[in-house]
Design a protein around this ligand. Structure first.
Ligand code: HEC
Ligand code: HEC
Length: 350
């Protein structure tokens, strides 16, 4: 009796295993691939077959939906097929999920979450027993709305020989990266720290600038507002209202070496896109606040009142308006009578 129960448990765990590989098996930073166990043949053995990710173009639109196909092919084995795929922001340190996944074929694919990241893989119906040549699984991936930068996809695959056990199977892995198109915007205004600045740090910086991990002991953590404002080994990284002289801006514009002996950032990589750099610049020049300012609040006292109107009228008359203020209530990039009218209305409406 006991023996048959043990056998049953053994069998069901083995069986569920073959149809349901563990998550975090796509070969991303510090992850294994299917080859950890399916290792009879070299991984990606030449001319035997491959795993491919289809449907993700080089540049993608924020928020757009893409039909993704993962295809595993093999010349020798066709008894069963398996795969796993996931998408990430960043490529080192804690992996953040990029975008979101939807199953379109729940009979053949399932999702499992590990450390807040979704992994899609085959079900037992999705092993396509004895299908020759290749197997293909479809799903939908939606790009993030508020992230501009590089996203990485990782996929792994197995072509099984049907023998019980993990031997004799072929293992494959692949990865690709895509870039979310940066909108052709005017110079950014009213920048929001959490929605616009943090995603840039996540995409390009946090791999080396975390509270508990700083590459080469650089001392700077970018993973929280207080840590960012605390600065690094050289001193403050941000001087509110003064992007030009902020060390972080000098670093991402490649001019911190002369002034402070700090390398260009990201370290040993090309500078990030100018629009993204300007998001950071504008955010600092607007005061580097953690939470967005109140539109219309020219003097940053957290309320909209007559003193804002007086100061705006005054600065328009003297043509010395501070465009980094929050007063540009209609967000057209300048201060004019139109802004004053809207602000007066806000005051009248209480
Ligand atoms: C920790 C070890 C381990 C890892 C990692 C692993 N597998 Fe397996 N896999 C097994 C074992 C053991 C079996 C045999 C169980 C069986 O055949 O019922 C198996 C069987 C399979 C089979 C059936 C093979 C055949 O010969 O028909 C497929 C398909 C499969 N795994 C897919 C995957 C995929 C895809 C991955 C990576 C995303 C993966 N496995 C990762 C241990 C592993
Ligand atoms: C590959 C790792 C890596 C990446 C990615 C990276 N940095 Fe750095 N960063 C470092 C190292 C190493 C140092 C210290 C070396 C130096 O100062 O030349 C450093 C230093 C800095 C400093 C100076 C800190 C101080 O007080 O001395 C700033 C500011 C900075 N980085 C900002 C950024 C920003 C912003 C990004 C993203 C756009 C970024 N880094 C991406 C590795 C990295």
């Amino acid at each position: 009796m006991l023996r048959s129960i043990t056998l049953f448990i053994l069998f069901s765990s083995i069986f569920s295993y073959s149809h349901n590989p563990l998550p975090e098996n796509v070969g991303a930073y510090q992850q294994f691939t299917c080859f950890q166990c399916h290792n009879t043949w070299p991984e990606n053995a030449a001319e035997s077959g491959s795993v491919q990710i289809y449907g993700i173009p080089d540049f993608i639109e924020p928020g757009a939906r893409y039909e993704v196909d993962v295809v595993v092919s093999n010349t020798y084995n066709n008894a069963s097929w398996g795969f796993e795929i996931a998408s990430f922001i960043g490529y080192q340190g804690p992996l953040l999920q990029a975008g979101s996944w939807e199953l379109t074929d729940p009979l053949k694919t399932i999702a499992e979450v590990a450390n807040n990241v979704v992994y899609i893989k085959q079900t037992s119906d999705g092993t396509f027993p004895n299908q020759s040549g290749s197997a293909s699984w479809s799903m939908i991936w939606t790009a993030p709305e508020n992230f501009y930068g590089v996203i990485r996809f990782y996929a792994t695959g197995v072509a099984g020989d049907g023998e019980l056990g993990n031997l004799g199977d072929y293992s494959y892995k692949t990865d690709l990266f895509t870039t979310v198109s940066v909108p052709d915007s005017e110079y950014p205004v009213n920048v929001d720290y959490y929605n616009e600045v943090v995603p840039i740090f996540q995409g390009y910086c946090m791999g080396c600038h975390l509270a508990d991990y700083q590459y080469n002991d650089n001392g700077l953590a970018l993973d929280s507002y207080p840590n960012l404002m605390a600065g690094g080994n050289t001193g403050p990284a941000i001087i509110p209202f003064d992007a030009e002289n902020s060390l972080l801006v000098k670093a991402i514009e490649g001019r911190a070496y002369e002034s402070d002996g700090v390398s260009s950032m990201p370290y040993f990589q090309p500078l990030i896109n100018e629009t993204l750099r300007n998001v950071i610049r504008a955010w600092i020049d607007e005061g580097a606040e953690e939470f967005p300012c109140i539109l219309g609040d020219y003097n940053f006292d957290n309320q909209i009142d007559v003193s804002d109107v007086v100061q705006i009228v005054d600065c328009i008359l003297n043509s010395n308006c501070d465009l980094n203020s929050c007063a540009d209530i209609n967000e057209d990039g300048s201060l004019s009578v139109a802004d004053i009218i809207m602000i007066v209305n806000v005051i009248l409406e209480g």
